[in-house]
Design a protein around this ligand. Structure first.
Ligand SMILES: Cc1cc2nc3c(=O)[nH]c(=O)nc-3n(C[C@H](O)[C@H](O)[C@H](O)COP(=O)(O)OP(=O)(O)OC[C@H]3O[C@@H](n4cnc5c(N)ncnc54)[C@H](O)[C@@H]3O)c2cc1C
Length: 444
């Protein structure tokens, strides 16, 4: 009798999940595990915790949904607050686990944990299968160490490569062993976050696989894909971009399932430069995934993948002002308040606030990335840290860095200040510093 352990991470779904399918085929009984990292020391050295309330709400909803789907098939999702290196060895020895499975993950820490287990349990089998990306490592037309240094080169290599078809949803799973440990006492969605206003943008963001598939269908049932390229830079409109990112980040939705639905839209409705741009953006996501796999720990270094560090530092007051949306830049303030109140910010907004962080406030980009990590519903280690590096000039940008003219951007994207007024971006005191580095008040 083979007992397997499946570690759920960024693949909280049964649909198109090749890693889980393989586990189901190879073992007689299966433990399904999720380690929820909300207790213990913060893994980031940048003062913030990993989970803001919106991010946690979306994750808990997604876990609830997965737990229910598994229960409908006679399985049990064990959710623990223990670190994987405490939980997994205990389960291995208590249930005589001999085979461990997971989906491929771009996270440096997640991979170190898996490698540690592989080294310490050489007689067990460890299998990692890709489900978070459009392609598998073996399909890439270059070695990971030779990943193209720019997105354009990457896209040229990959865009004509056929994308594998999706797998159907898993209908049957091996049973769990008898007397599995009960789940940790988890905070519930209602205890951890305040109720969501029905008018709020994030009312639409409900975690879980079935919500993801509903949203996918709904998006492609509208005309929005046919206008995506013209609308995708809007700051605050639900239909302007796909809003797939939170479900993609947790793996409630497979990127290949999106491509399959996009192709159906092409056959049934139309194919134009807007619809093609959706694939283009998903290739950006793909690039950052492989970028993280390729550069590993360098994703978190101040100098990124470059050889010299930016000329920025950490100024506590400036950082606090940026987080709270109290800088001299109304558009930035509005975007930050939108993030704080909803857990979402448009791609254009993210570019503007990151540019402000690095180029106007001269702050160390990693603190901005860590703040995003805490608050974004769609936080994804590769997309977040890769984009921040890009904007800070220490990543994959051939131009060196991106500094946005915030006044000009406001004229283009919020000409009548509707967005700024809505999010109260004008409510600020116009200052960057009121104390100096030694905490002595600065006099005007
Ligand atoms: C500083 C910064 C931090 C970011 N952090 C994250 C993050 O943690 N998680 C995340 O998913 N995206 C991140 N992005 C990328 C992008 O802003 C979001 O993916 C996008 O805004 C999500 O909204 P959407 O699903 O409507 O996107 P759409 O415009 O509809 O794009 C479709 C999909 O393509 C992908 N995509 C689009 N743009 C990018 C991009 N620049 N990089 C990677 N993937 C992209 C996403 O998966 C997105 O869901 C970041 C961008 C910046 C500038």
């Amino acid at each position: 009798m083979i007992t397997g352990l499946y570690l759920f991470q960024n693949d909280l779904r049964l649909d198109d999940n090749p890693a889980l399918k393989l586990a189901c085929e190879e073992v007689d009984q299966l433990i399904c595990l999720y380690c929820l990292p909300i207790q213990g020391p913060n893994r980031l050295p940048y003062t913030v915790s990993q989970f803001g309330e919106h991010r946690m709400r979306f994750l808990l909803q997604s876990l609830d949904a997965l737990k229910q789907s598994l229960a409908n098939k006679g399985q049990e999702l064990v959710i623990t607050l223990l670190h994987p290196l405490d939980a997994i060895p205990t389960l291995i020895s208590r249930y005589n686990v001999t085979a461990l499975y997971r989906s491929q993950h771009a996270g440096y820490n997640e991979n170190r944990i898996w490698s540690y287990l592989e080294t310490h349990y050489p007689f067990l089998t460890f299998t990692t299968t890709s489900s978070h990306t459009l392609f598998e490592t073996s399909e890439l037309p270059f070695a990971l160490s030779d990943l193209p240094t720019t997105f354009s080169q990457f896209r040229k290599h990959i865009e004509k490569h056929p994308i594998q078809s999706c797998l159907p949803s898993i209908t049957a799973l091996p049973q769990p062993p008898k007397a599995l440990p009960v789940c940790a006492e988890l905070p519930t969605v209602t205890t951890i976050t305040p109720p969501v206003s029905p008018n709020s943008i994030h009312h639409n963001f409900m975690g879980g696989e079935s919500k993801a598939l509903q949203h996918l269908e709904h998006y492609f049932a509208t005309q929005a894909p046919s206008h995506y390229k013209e609308t995708r830079n809007a700051l605050d409109d639900w239909q302007s971009s796909t809003k797939f990112s939170p479900w993609l980040a947790l793996g409630c939705l497979s990127p290949r399932r999106i491509i399959e639905r996009l192709q159906r839209y092409h056959q049934e409705v139309e194919q134009n430069s807007s619809t093609e741009w959706i694939l283009f953006e998903l290739l950006w996501r793909e690039y950052f995934q492989w970028y993280a796999h390729s550069h590993q720990g360098k994703l978190f270094l101040f100098q990124g993948i470059k050889s010299c560090s930016p000329n920025t530092s950490f100024y506590a007051e400036r950082y606090q002002r940026w987080c709270a949306g109290n800088t001299p830049f109304p558009i930035v303030n509005a975007c930050m308040k939108q993030l704080n109140q909803t857990g979402y910010m448009s791609n254009r907004g993210r570019q503007l606030v990151a540019s402000c962080f690095v180029h106007e406030l001269n702050l160390d980009w990693r603190y901005g990335a860590a703040y995003f990590e805490q608050h974004l519903l769609d936080y994804d280690v590769a997309s977040n840290w890769g984009n921040w590096q890009y904007l800070a000039g220490v990543g994959a940008d051939p131009r060196g860095h991106r500094k946005f003219d915030l006044a000009k951007q406001t004229t283009i994207y919020d000409p009548d200040h509707h967005f700024i007024r809505k999010w109260k971006g004008n409510e600020h005191d116009g200052k960057i510093d009121t104390v100096d580095a030694a905490d002595w008040p600065i006099r005007d």
